[in-house]
Write a protein that binds this ligand. Structure first.
Ligand code: NAD
Ligand code: TYD
Length: 359
C-alpha cells in the first residue's frame, strides 16, 4: 500500500524530545514534509537539529505558538495534515519561580494552535481511516499528581496536578479534549513518564547530575531522595508517538511509560558509579559529591504508569534496558562537551543560582 504523504507541524522541535521526534520522522517517513516551529527559548537549541540540514523536506521557522498571526500564516502556507504539539515550558522548578510564562506557552499557546486547526481544517470529513488531520498533544503523567507505593496511573486516573507546570499541562489536556467534543477536532493525547537521553537540557535530573559529576560539583538531591520516577528512553517515546499517531483512536488518551522505576537517590548513585567507571575514578569518589538539599515545594513523591492500554491496543512496549541506555546517555554527554558548554549560558547560571543558591 502506498504511504500517505503528509505535511507535519512539530512544535518545540529544537528542544529535547521535539528534536528526537523530528529526527525520527525524517528517517521513518521520508515522504512527509516536516516543519519545525520553535521559539528558541533557553531550552531550544539549533545545535540539536544540525543533522537535519541535509533533508530537503525539512523546514525550520523560529516563532512562538502564542503568535496567532504567525500560526495562521503557517497553516495557510503549509496546509498541515498533522500537528504534534511539544512546544512547552517544561521544567517544574522553573514553573515554581515563574508560573506565568508556563500559562502563556502551555495553555494559551496550545489554544492558539487548536483554534488554527478549527479554522483551517474542514471538520466534517474527520474520522476517515487515513486520518487526514490530527492534532496530537504531547503531555505528561504529572497531570495525575502523586502516587503512593503500589499504585499506578491509568488513562482513567483523575487529574490532580501539584505544580504550576503540571497544572498548565493539565489545562492544555482539558482544552484539547474539549475541542474533540465541541468542534469534532481529531485529537489524541499521550501522557508519558520522565524521558532521558541525548540533548536533554541539563536542568533535568539525569543530565544535571552527569554534568555536575564530571565537573566534581555537588550532586543536589532534593529532600531525602526517596521520590520515584519512571524513566523512558526518548527514542522509544518517539516510537510510541508514531504508533499512537498512526494507530491510536481519535479522542483517546494513551499513557507511555518506561517500566523503569527508580528512587532518585538510587539513580543518582547509579550515575555516580557509571561516572567513576568511565572517568577511571576510585569507586565511591563521585557518590561522595551527593548532597541532600532543601526539598522542592509540592514535590510529588512517585509517578508510575500502567501502560497496558498502549500495549494491548497498539502493540507498543518499551525495551526495558535502562542501564544500557543510561550508559549510552552518559557517553553522549561525555563526548559532546561543546554542546554542553554552549547551553550552559549566563541564563542557565542565573537559574542555577536562583534554584540551588550556589553556582
Ligand atoms: P524542552 O524544554 O527540552 O523543549 C521545549 C521546546 O519548546 C524548546 O525548544 C523551546 O524553545 C520550545 N518552546 C518553548 N516555548 C515555546 C513557544 N511559546 N513557542 C514555540 N516553541 C516554544 O522540553 P522537552 O523535555 O523536550 O518536552 C517536550 C514536551 O514533552 C513538552 O510538552 C513537555 O511538557 C512534554 N513532556 C516532557 C517530558 C520529559 O521528561 N522531558 C515528560 C512528559 C512530557
Ligand atoms: P526532573 O528531572 O526535574 O523531572 P520531574 O520533576 O519533571 O519529574 O526531576 C526528576 C526527579 O529528580 C524529581 O523527583 C526531582 C528530583 N531532582 C533532584 O533531586 N535534584 C535536582 O537537582 C533535580 C533537577 C531534580
Amino acid at each position: 500500500m502506498a504511504r500517505e504523504k503528509r505535511t507535519i507541524l512539530i512544535t518545540g522541535g529544537a528542544g529535547f524530545i521535539g528534536s528526537h521526534l523530528v529526527r525520527h520522522w525524517l528517517r521513518n517517513h521520508p515522504q512527509d514534509i516536516v516543519l519545525n516551529l520553535d521559539a528558541l527559548t533557553y531550552a531550544g537549541n539549533l545545535a540539536n537539529t544540525e543533522d537535519f540540514k541535509g533533508y530537503v523536506n525539512y523546514h525550520f521557522v523560529q516563532g512562538s505558538i502564542t503568535d496567532e498571526h504567525l500560526i495562521n500564516q503557517l497553516f495557510e502556507r503549509y496546509q498541515f495534515n498533522w500537528v504534534f504539539n511539544l512546544a512547552a515550558e517544561s521544567h517544574v522548578d522553573r514553573s515554581i519561580h515563574d508560573p506565568l510564562s508556563f500559562v502563556q506557552t502551555n495553555v494559551l499557546g496550545t489554544t492558539v494552535l487548536l483554534q488554527a486547526c478549527v479554522r483551517h481544517w474542514s471538520l466534517s470529513d474527520q474520522n476517515t481511516p487515513s486520518k487526514k488531520h490530527l492534532f496530537y498533544q504531547i503531555s505528561t503523567d504529572e497531570v495525575y499528581g502523586s502516587l503512593s507505593a503500589g499504585a499506578y496511573f491509568t488513562e482513567a486516573s483523575n487529574y490532580a496536578p501539584n505544580s504550576p507546570y503540571s497544572a498548565t499541562k493539565a489545562a492544555a489536556d482539558h482544552l484539547v479534549r474539549s475541542y474533540y467534543n465541541t468542534y469534532n477536532l481529531p485529537v489524541v493525547i499521550s501522557n508519558c513518564s520522565n524521558n532521558f537521553g541525548p540533548f536533554q537540557f541539563p536542568e533535568k535530573l539525569i543530565p544535571l547530575m552527569v554534568l555536575n559529576a564530571v565537573e566534581e560539583k555537588k550532586l543536589p538531591v532534593y529532600g531525602d531522595g526517596r521520590q520515584m520516577r519512571d524513566w523512558l528512553f526518548v527514542t522509544e517515546h518517539c516510537q510510541a508517538i508514531d504508533v499512537i499517531a498512526h494507530k491510536g483512536k481519535l479522542g483517546e488518551t494513551y499513557l507511555v511509560g518506561g517500566k523503569n522505576e527508580y528512587h532518585n537517590i538510587d539513580l543518582v548513585n547509579l550515575i555516580a558509579e557509571i561516572i567513576d567507571e568511565k572517568l577511571e575514578r576510585k569507586k565511591g569518589t563521585t557518590a561522595a559529591l551527593i548532597e541532600f538539599v532543601r526539598d522542592r515545594p509540592g514535590h510529588d513523591l512517585r509517578y508510575a504508569i500502567d501502560a497496558s492500554k498502549i500495549e494491548r491496543e497498539l502493540g507498543f512496549s518499551p525495551s526495558q534496558n535502562f542501564e544500557v541506555k543510561l550508559k549510552e546517555t552518559v557517553d553522549w554527554y561525555l563526548a559532546n562537551s561543546q554542546w554542553t558548554k554552549d547551553v550552559i549560558s549566563g541564563e542557565y547560571r542565573r537559574f542555577y543560582q536562583l534554584n540551588y543558591g550556589t553556582n
